[in-house]
Design a protein around this ligand. Structure first.
Ligand code: 3PG
Length: 306
């Protein structure tokens, strides 16, 4: 089988080496397409491939329509909002993610941004500490759980809201489950977002929730830009001089945030959450293994378009 790794944001070298070893050992061939620039270049390269590994790269209906041999697409990472799932399903193409594989890297970035903002981006002046503060984890998946674990180590009091995770499971981690979203925002100085971007969550973090946060509020977004109601966030930050925002995905109006809020706003220049060698290796090798297992024995564990 012909397998394509197409990444606008390349994997670490060690990850590529590992992916190649897994794929070639199983008798398949690997093509690497990095920093390809345009969708047309990507679609052209995909046209004769049987399998595809991507990161946040957009896999559109157009690219899929041109790839007549394509049988499986694996998003090496957690969020699969970049895959056109209906287009995959319509063609019988299996779509997968690699849940948990890059979670620790994202969790560490969330904690790093919390410290960075608490210390006013290391500019002169008095900052604050995380110890004793209340942290709300909005969605308790692999990343949320990792943030909770590290935050507890720093002495934070950790709360979580996730209607899909049993309260008992959350409690077992020493985290306090809350059964409605308003309580989470009412209670916590820090909120760390870990919800996926979908029709239910887009623009869902708006004025109603953010205005509930207590004085000294910090919102951390290592999830997706789309879940934020940007106009509402701007309004809150204009109204409240105590409100800070740290994000791994720059807002549409990043110039406005940068100009208006000084050290109260921080955004990574490019999405950095999964940018560690460890995360690249974990997610990349998992993706390659999932493809090999799919071709070898029809294994569809981690399929997201069942
Ligand atoms: C994910 O959903 O796994 C993260 O957002 C990482 O995305 P990336 O592989 O594009 O860095």
């Amino acid at each position: 089988m012909k397998i394509l790794v197409a990444t606008e944001k390349p994997f670490a070298k060690a990850a590529i080496q590992g992916i190649r070893e897994i794929v070639e050992k199983a008798g398949h061939s690997l093509t690497l397409l990095e920093k390809y620039g345009t969708e047309e270049v990507f679609a052209l390269e995909l046209a004769d491939k049987d399998a595809l590994i991507v990161r946040s790269d957009k896999v559109t209906a157009m690219a899929i329509a041109n790839a007549l041999n394509l049988k499986i697409v694996v998003r090496a990472g957690a969020g699969y909002d970049n895959l056109d799932l209906p287009a995959c399903t319509a063609r019988g193409i299996v779509a997968m993610n690699t849940p948990g594989q890059n979670a620790n890297a994202v969790a560490e970035l969330a904690i790093g941004m919390m410290i960075y903002l608490a210390r006013n981006q290391f500019q002169p002046g008095t900052g604050s500490e995380l110890r004793g503060k209340k942290l709300g984890i909005h969605a308790y998946g692999n990343v949320g759980r990792g943030v909770a674990w590290a935050a507890r180590g720093l002495g934070m009091e950790v709360f979580a809201f996730d209607p899909f995770v049993p309260a008992e499971k959350i409690k077992q981690d020493g985290v306090c489950p809350v059964d409605n979203i308003e309580t989470l925002y009412n209670t916590c100085h820090y909120i760390s977002l870990h919800i996926p971007a979908n029709e239910q969550t887009k623009k869902s973090i708006g004025y109603d929730l953010l205005s509930r946060m207590p004085k000294g509020a910090t919102l951390i977004n290592t999830a997706r830009k789309e879940v934020i109601h940007e106009e509402d966030l701007l309004k809150i930050m204009e109204e409240r001089a105590d409100f800070k925002y740290g994000t791994d995905i720059l807002p549409d109006n990043k110039e406005v945030f940068l100009a208006k809020f000084g050290t109260r706003f921080f955004g990574t220049p490019k999405k950095m959450g999964a940018e560690t060698a460890e995360a690249n290796v974990n997610a990349g090798l998992a993706a390659a293994t999932q493809i090999v297992n799919f071709f070898q024995n029809g294994d569809t564990t981690f399929q997201v378009n069942k």
